[in-house]
Design a protein around this ligand. Structure first.
Ligand code: AMP
Ligand code: ZN
Length: 118
């Protein structure tokens, strides 16, 4: 299951190292890389290596990868010295949330004040 990937999925291609995208972190479960259109000084994406379209496909077998995404978020916060100033983690799911890439991803956003409140 962990080798499942999708033809034509941009994030599967990044995970497999088929693009020039600079990887910030990669292990057996997850990959992190810069967002191509950053909305803040630090804007990174953390994705499971397995292709899941969205949170709507999440199942118990994905627990390890989903947990690792938070471990990597903390790692990025410390690496980029924003753990104390703060950061936002966002997982858009479906049309109302404006999800545009259908490979589950967590946005890591930091380096400026974020006025919007959920
Ligand atoms: P979402 O709206 O949550 O689906 O966000 C998708 C994000 O992926 C957007 O912030 C895009 O800028 C970003 N993105 C799309 N294609 C790429 C790519 N090839 N490399 C890095 N980031 C990308
Ligand atoms: Zn994918």
């Amino acid at each position: 299951m962990t080798n499942r990937w999708m033809d034509g999925c941009p994030f599967c291609r990044i995970v497999r190292g088929e693009t020039s995208t600079r990887l910030l972190y990669q292990d057996d479960l997850v990959t992190a890389f810069p967002d191509i259109h950053p909305i803040a000084p630090h804007h990174y994406l953390i994705v499971p290596n397995v292709h899941l379209e969205s949170v709507n496909e999440v199942a118990p077998e994905h627990e390890a990868a989903l947990g690792r995404m938070f471990i990597v978020a903390r790692h990025l916060a410390e690496t980029y010295h924003v753990a104390q100033s703060g950061y936002r983690l966002i997982v858009n799911t479906g049309p109302h949330a404006g999800q545009s890439v259908f490979h589950l991803h967590m946005h890591f956003i930091a380096g400026r004040h974020m006025p919007f409140r959920a």
